[in-house]
Design a binder for this molecule. Structure first.
Ligand code: NAI
Ligand code: PYR
Ligand code: MG
Length: 581
């Protein structure tokens, strides 16, 4: 399902051993020590002697030239000895130590960093992304050594149009933006949430081959309502409550205008905004800018792919999806995004009058039309009392009641609450109307997952289809059997969405493009990107990118589009540096 061929990265690795590429030259406007201190251009001891002469590096490095392969091996050796030396230490300590060693390399030599990341993505994704990135965000102010990306704060109002030109790269293709208000399931982390855009963009480079010189992580610091952070003497963000209402929107507006002015074609991914702003900003900008909200739209795509995959696993025709009983726990940006896309899929399969059997719960239980105050975004999924009367359910019914009475085919958690699928709930899933019920504990990081994989298989039985947002190991069920754990995380989708949108030069990101992405999630990111391009072309949104115009895109077959995407993926290899004043 989501075991995505270890992402496009491993294909790239197979296709390109260390020495087989002759990279094109790279223009550098610096010389001497400035180059060594710039992680873009720095090759550490890897600078050939001729290049040391050309760039004024002679004498600034030890004399021996070390090859990229040797540097790579040396880094991996230190990484493995760190693993050995920290054996038996608490998990958090080990994870942070691993993050530090990778982060130091990132700060020093980006080419080597991305190469080790790409080649070891399965081991390193849990460090640079969920779950460790959550721990890093929680401790960001203490861990801080140097900045990465850009920080726009409420104090910068009126200045953003000029500030955006402080970013040193002339071209930016992909921006991930957060206001830090809902970081994974960890709540409001203020400026410390910058770790999420950084981790997401690393996944873009690793999985989609986006050129790391053209990415930009951005923190929009509008204050924080996290009292603990406000009182923390190390806290690096604005010490003020979050801006609200028009004041808040005017900051986001100004940022979006500034980005669009400098890089009209850049794609902006909104990430980890609290629900009210996630929906409001998506509504506000989606027709004006090339942007999407990953938590609403990326998550929906990946969950839908999983839900459709589950129908297939049950040996049923895909159209049977329309009859699946799905209980969604969590009515936030992610849960509602999933339901919106799932409803669209049912209507496509079973007609506009189809009545999907979806049940939505939030912290106050089952959401029905009888609820006094209901969020407008959740309202379309509220059950009419008459619909649930015969099941013996009513407004606010708790999760265990709902599971016992509905006997769902799928139980999907996007609540951010660790352990909410407790033993009783999981045992109740044994009575599901499906022989292979699906349990998706999609909340992040690991401690916020609705249940652990081992508990799901233990209490709900061996036949379940299990997926989680953060990685869990497969479960040994005894008798030689293994309970397979899938990872249901938007990381399998957003790199392809961004890459496809970028290479199509789409004016905006449509539902059709997102739908196309979710339909081919079993394939590698290049396929996702190609599907997104083709959807953009079909909807006449594609304006082309670089030398490839909309007409050329239109004329490409599916295979040619996939090739075109692969050809445009950046790959870490040292390029000869040519100095220009
Ligand atoms: N696996 C993935 O790809 C993704 C996972 N997520 C995860 O989903 C979680 C939620 O994200 P958002 O929807 O953006 O958050 P949100 O804050 O917008 O929504 C959370 C929802 O959960 C509900 N809730 C809280 N306690 C509950 C309880 N005990 N029982 C039932 N519902 C409860 C709240 O009422 C709210 O409706 C986070 O942990 C996030 O990490 C989000 C996006 C992608
Ligand atoms: C994966 C992700 O986007 C989240 O947990 O918010
Ligand atoms: Mg997110």
């Amino acid at each position: 399902m989501w075991r995505l061929a270890r992402s496009a990265a491993s294909n790239l690795r197979r296709a390109r051993p260390f020495s087989s590429c002759i990279p094109g030259p790279c223009i550098v406007h610096k010389r001497g020590a400035d180059i060594l201190h710039d992680p873009w251009f720095n090759k550490d001891t890897g600078f050939p002697l001729t290049e040391r002469d050309r760039l004024g590096l002679r004498g600034l490095l030890p004399p021996r030239v070390i090859s990229f392969e040797q540097q790579y091996a040396r880094f991996m050796e230190s990484y493995h000895s760190l693993e050995k030396n920290t054996q038996g230490q608490p998990d958090g300590f080990v994870s942070l130590a691993k993050w530090r060693i990778l982060n130091r390399l990132h700060d020093r030599n980006e080419t080597l960093y991305y190469r080790v990341l790409i080649d070891n993505i399965e081991d390193f994704a849990p460090i640079i992304y969920t779950p460790t990135v959550g721990l890093v965000c929680q401790n960001y102010s203490g861990l801080f050594r140097r900045p990465r990306g850009m920080y726009f704060s409420a104090k910068d109002k009126g200045e953003m149009m000029s500030m955006i030109y402080n970013w040193p790269a002339n071209q930016v293709d992909m921006i991930v933006l957060t206001d830090g208000s809902r970081i994974l399931g960890l709540g409001d982390l203020g400026v410390q949430g910058i770790g999420i855009p950084i981790g997401k963009l690393d996944m873009y480079v690793a999985a989609a081959g986006i050129n790391p010189q053209r990415i930009l992580p951005v923190m929009l610091d509008v204050g924080t309502n996290n009292q603990k952070l406000l009182e923390d003497r190390l806290y690096l963000g604005l010490r003020q409550p979050r801006l609200e209402g028009e004041e808040y929107l005017s900051i986001v507006d100004e940022f979006m205008e500034a980005v669009h002015t400098r890089w009209p074609k850049a794609i902006v991914q909104f990430e980890d905004f609290q629900m009210k702003w996630a929906f409001e900003t998506l509504q506000r900008y989606r027709k004006r800018f090339c942007m999407f909200n990953d938590d609403i739209q990326g998550t929906a795509g990946v969950a839908l792919a999983g839900l459709l995959g589950t129908v297939r696993t049950q040996g049923r025709p895909l159209a049977d999806f329309a009859n699946q009983k799905i209980v969604v726990v969590g009515a936030g940006s992610a849960g509602l995004g999933v339901l919106n896309m799932a409803v669209q899929a049912v209507k496509r399969m079973a007609g506009a009058d189809a009545n999907p059997q979806f049940f939505l719960l939030d912290k106050d239980g089952l959401i029905t039309k009888a609820r006094k105050v209901i969020d407008p975004a959740a309202a379309p999924f509220a059950k009419a009392p008459a619909e649930i009367e015969e099941l013996g359910l009513m407004e606010g019914a708790n999760l265990i009641e709902v599971v016992k009475k509905v006997k769902p085919h799928v139980l999907l958690g996007l609540s951010g609450v660790g352990g909410v699928f407790n033993e009783e709930v999981l045992k109740a899933m044994r009575e599901s109307d499906s022989a292979k019920p699906a349990i998706f504990a999609m909340s992040n990081p690991t401690m916020n997952a609705e249940c652990a994989a081992v508990d799901a298989f233990k209490h709900a039985g061996e036949n379940i289809v299990f997926a989680s947002g953060s990685p869990f190991k497969n479960v040994d069920l005894g008798n030689g059997k293994v309970g397979h754990v899938n990872q249901a995380n938007n990381m399998y989708l957003f790199p392809g969405i961004g890459l496809g949108a970028l290479l199509s030069g789409a004016r905006l990101i449509s539902d059709g493009m997102l739908q196309a992405a979710s339909e081919c999630i079993r394939d590698i990111t290049a396929e996702v990107g190609a599907a997104v391009i083709q959807a953009a072309v079909a909807e006449e949104l594609a304006e082309g990118h670089g030398d490839i115009g909309p007409r050329e895109l239109r004329q490409m077959s599916k295979e040619e589009t996939v090739e075109h995407v692969k050809h445009n993926m950046w790959f870490p290899i040292y390029s000869p540096l040519v100095h220009e004043k």
